[in-house]
Design a protein around this ligand. Structure first.
Ligand SMILES: *Cc1c(COP(=O)(O)O)cnc(C)c1O
Length: 395
């Protein structure tokens, strides 16, 4: 089975499994054809306009608006600053209920606004915030919920909206993983009071680095646009202590080109994810998230599995280390939990985070990207299947 992809000649004598010739990382940035990009560079050279709301940035804003079918959006130099500014623009203070099972920037954005994170548990299928536990975590100081569509899985949108409405809280989504996801035919950007998208090179859609805020209330626009440009209202008026978080023209050019390929990028990942599913579902101790529910158009941005040590016969960490020996670099996203990083260890946590702690111990995210080949997926699955070989080769 593992014979149709490039292998090194030195197979492991104990397992018969061979090492991939070149390392396979968890992801790879999609590069649009160079000729297309250089055409665009000529335009930037002609314009002699590199940043500060240039013509390409405006074109990308228009394209995004059309793509998401939404009016109010604004582009940023990266997703982290976008989220920080979004929280500030909405005037969030006090406590915010959030998930510990995410990339650390989700909580950092709260910290930079002097907001206290209240870590709340996730649900076991899709790893998004558990609405019941969110409701239990509300205090008189709670002002918002900051939920994450982790791995591109939509949060429980209705339940969270209902809680937010009943308790008069803002509902904010870190949608860094969810670009291209639709729910009920609508872009996921159309839910909540604010969504942040990241266009970092490692994400499914990218502009080298970049970010975006999307929101239904048009009056938020002026504020966040001031905040990302030092608080300038015009040449002579600075109306707030803003920062610098503007997207530049080269980022916008990349964003415009990658956007054209997004449907193809999602489709390719779908075929890879299907193959992973077919091959892994029968392996005892390897658990896959359920298929997204009806009505969700998923983006297949990540392929997480859970490793049950008892059933599989090997721990997640052993599997992770062993895959590395065969040149497969999976990642333990998201481990450790955010609340366990040194900088957040003194934040009081009342929720036992039972589900999140278990998932963080078992989770492994497998390589998935536009030019990963089905044969390579077969090879990776073969390595996961032949766990007994790993155990022996370790002795
Ligand atoms: C990548 C990421 C961010 C940060 O986005 P940047 O564009 O890299 O600043 C925030 N939250 C999550 C969940 C992410 O994966």
């Amino acid at each position: 089975m593992a014979q149709n992809f490039p292998l090194t000649p030195n197979a492991s004598p104990l397992t018969g499994m061979k090492k991939f010739e070149k390392p396979i990382y968890i992801t790879k940035p999609f590069m649009p054809p160079l000729e297309e990009f250089t055409e665009g560079l000529k335009e930037i050279w002609d314009n002699q306009w590199l940043t500060n709301s240039g013509p390409l940035l405006q074109r990308l804003s228009g394209a995004m608006s059309k793509f998401l079918d939404i009016e109010n959006l604004t582009l940023f130099s990266n997703g982290t600053l976008a989220l920080q500014i979004g929280l500030q623009g909405l005037g969030i203070t006090g406590e915010v209920i959030t998930t510990p099972f995410s990339f650390v920037a989700t909580t950092h954005a709260l910290y930079w606004n002097k907001i206290r994170p209240v870590f709340c548990d996730i649900e076991p299928d899709f790893y998004t915030l558990d609405p019941q536990k969110v409701e239990a975590a509300i205090t008189p100081w709670t002002t918002a919920i900051l939920a994450v569509h982790v791995f591109g899985h939509p949060c429980n949108l209705e339940a969270l909206a209902d809680i937010a409405r009943r308790h008069n809280l803002k509902l904010i989504y870190d949608a860094a993983h969810a670009f291209g996801v639709k729910v009920g035919g609508k872009s996921i950007a159309q839910y909540g009071d604010l969504s942040m998208f990241s266009f970092h090179a490692t994400k499914i859609y990218h502009s080298i680095e970049g970010g975006m805020l999307v929101f239904p209330d048009p009056s938020l626009r002026t504020e966040v646009d001031y905040l990302k440009n030092f608080g300038f209202k015009n040449e002579v008026e600075v109306v707030m202590p803003g920062t610098n978080a503007k997207m530049n023209e080269l980022q916008a050019l990349m964003g415009l080109h990658v956007l054209k390929y997004l449907p193809a990028l999602i489709e390719k990942r779908r075929t890879l994810a299907d193959r992973y599913r077919q091959r892994l579902k029968a392996i005892p101790g390897i658990h896959l998230p359920p298929q997204p529910p009806a009505g969700v158009d998923y983006n297949y941005a990540y392929f997480p599995i859970e490793v049950d040590e008892q059933e599989y016969g090997m721990s997640r960490d052993q599997l992770y280390e062993n895959l590395k020996k065969y040149n497969v670099f999976a990642r333990r996203y998201f481990y450790p939990l955010i609340c366990d990083f040194a900088c957040y260890q003194n934040v009081p946590v009342t929720d036992p985070l039972e589900v999140a702690r278990g998932v963080a111990e078992r989770i492994l995210t497998l390589p998935i990207y536009f030019d990963l080949e089905l044969e390579q997926v077969e090879g990776i699955c073969g390595l996961i299947e032949f766990r007994s070989g790993f155990v022996r080769s370790n002795v």
